[in-house]
Design a protein around this ligand. Sequence first.
Ligand SMILES: *Cc1c(COP(=O)(O)O)cnc(C)c1O
Length: 225
Amino acid sequence: MTKEEIVVANFRGFAPQIPQNVMLLAVSKTVDEQIIKAVYDEGQRDFAENKVQDLVRKFENLPKDINWHFIGHLQTNKVKQIIPFVTLIHGVDSLRLLATIDKEAHKIDRVVDCLFEMHIATEESKFGLTTAALRDILESDEFAKLKNVRVCGLMGMATFTDETDMVIQEFALLKKYFDDVKKDFFADVNYFKELSMGMSGDYQLAIEAGSTIVRIGTTIFGERR
Ligand SMILES: *Cc1c(COP(=O)(O)O)cnc(C)c1O
């Protein structure tokens, strides 16, 4: 079998396991364009990258009806390059970054959808905001002035561990953050509805905990180079 055929077989076996109401986001970082195209030809439309340069190149070379998500750590000086076409920015972890996205989106008269990244992992290495920091942002005058970003929900990453109980607790915590923030800040809007959690190793636990978007790389595309 060719690499494309292997990936397509993986995808056909895996995609039906994701419930209809959960988005399967194919994490195509480091994956070659012809392999992404093979998965596109199976009907997949949502793909995610974690490097601006790769996202821009793949956007240019692949079909224009792909919804491109950004899942990495986004530097403010690179925001401008993805604003014209990005579907959803998953990892916003500061007001400064959100304000930069807003400024660049304003220049081209777009409203860009974003998720705040929350720190839920017991591991210290993971990024993300504390709930106190998120509340400070949402209560600020500066946030109230941003008209070209739309906060659609939260994103988070659990600890990379075999300890199922720990992962279950972390996802439950993120779901609680989501419910609390929705109630306190977004009760009147319908767009605050996304909870991006779950990767190849823990997506089933994430779906049980209320995920609306699972970000899957390895299970579809194989181990990364
Ligand atoms: C790479 C990555 C994923 C996908 O991870 P897999 O374990 O390969 O499914 C999901 N989310 C983020 C933020 C990533 O960087």
